[in-house]
Design a protein around this ligand. Structure first.
Ligand code: FVH
Length: 280
């Protein structure tokens, strides 16, 4: 019996397989398009059922949750530990855990915080949640391609951490796009702005800690150094600058609108943390 089965050899699954093979594991693999499995140097199963039968630990990394259901439909999962690294929503992960449990499998959901080239490097990590027993049993195998971060028994919490962090990343991407758009028509090289931007964003990322503390205490005035009122007063300058540079402010205005709403509610002496509550 192989120690691991890996179902799904897209860009991510192939990177996972390569990391396990490089570390001396011998995962049994299956992929819908068989050609992607053939030159890996791993045993290739003919069917998903054969792949699942080959190992107690079954790792799935497919495009989406519907694919997981389609591939594992009718496959005997009794006694297996199913680790699903397919990106999904928290509700999909909980439903998939119940689905696996009803078929006699322990379930772990995983949210991958890496792109394929990062797999096998110290920068890669994966959030896991679900069966603590399954995590303890297989952590030594799961830790080969990426550092493991177990975030609890709720199978939806790995996906929730994954999507929360990626959502913050997209907010950052939006800010970066706006910043580059502002300088685009000027004789300022993007490569000269980039290190300034990266340093500034790294410094400001620490503000997440103050926001978290304020959310936990409910005191949105604690530790405020730049009040909402001061920041709202500056919004017209951001909008005029965008207009002067012929840049659409579309990526910033949703956040500015929420800041205005808080200020209109008389919360100008607070931080911007109240935006979190307005979003709910
Ligand atoms: N690549 C990335 O940067 C991100 C990083 C964070 C995590 N994601 C998630 O990982 C899952 C897999 O992503 P991927 O990069 O491997 O995706 P693809 O290269 O497009 O490969 C998709 C695999 O899924 C197979 N597949 C899709 N639909 C079905 C289906 N209905 N039945 C069976 N297999 C299916 C596909 O098979 P094939 O096209 O080769 O036959 C690939 O193996 C994903 O959740 C990301 O969000 C990656």
């Amino acid at each position: 019996m192989s120690d691991t089965t890996l179902i799904g050899l897209g860009a991510m699954g192939t990177a996972l397989a390569a990391a396990w093979l490089a570390a001396g594991h011998r995962p049994t693999v299956w992929n819908r398009t068989r050609a992607r499995a053939e030159n890996l140097g791993a045993p290739v199963a003919d069917t998903p059922a054969d792949a699942v039968a080959a190992s107690r630990l079954v790792v799935v990394c497919l495009l989406d949750d519907a694919g997981v259901g389609a591939v594992l439909d009718g496959v005997d999962l009794a006694g297996k530990d199913l680790v699903n690294l397919t990106t999904c929503t928290p509700a999909e992960a909980r439903a998939r855990a119940a689905w696996a449990g009803a078929r006699g499998a322990r379930y772990l959901d995983g949210g991958i915080m890496a792109d394929p080239p990062m797999i096998g490097t110290p920068d890669a990590s994966v959030f896991y949640s679900g069966s603590a027993e399954a995590f303890t049993t297989w952590e030594h195998v799961l830790a080969v391609p990426a550092a493991t971060r177990y975030v609890g028994e709720d199978p939806g919490h790995a996906a929730l951490h994954d999507i929360a962090l990626l959502s913050a990343m997209y907010g950052m991407f939006a800010g970066i796009a706006h910043a580059f758009a502002l300088i685009r028509a000027e004789p300022i090289a993007p490569t000269s702005l980039a290190p300034l931007l990266a340093d500034w964003l790294s410094t400001m990322a620490g503000s997440a800690h103050l926001t978290a503390a304020q959310l936990e205490t409910g005191d949105y005035r604690a530790g405020v150094s730049s009040t909402l009122a001061m920041q709202v007063a500056g919004i017209p300058t951001f909008l005029r600058t965008a207009r002067e540079q012929a840049v659409r402010p579309d990526l910033l205005t949703p956040y500015f609108t929420l800041m205005h709403r808080l200020a209109a509610d008389g919360r100008g002496d607070e931080d911007t943390t109240g935006v979190v509550d307005l979003l709910r």
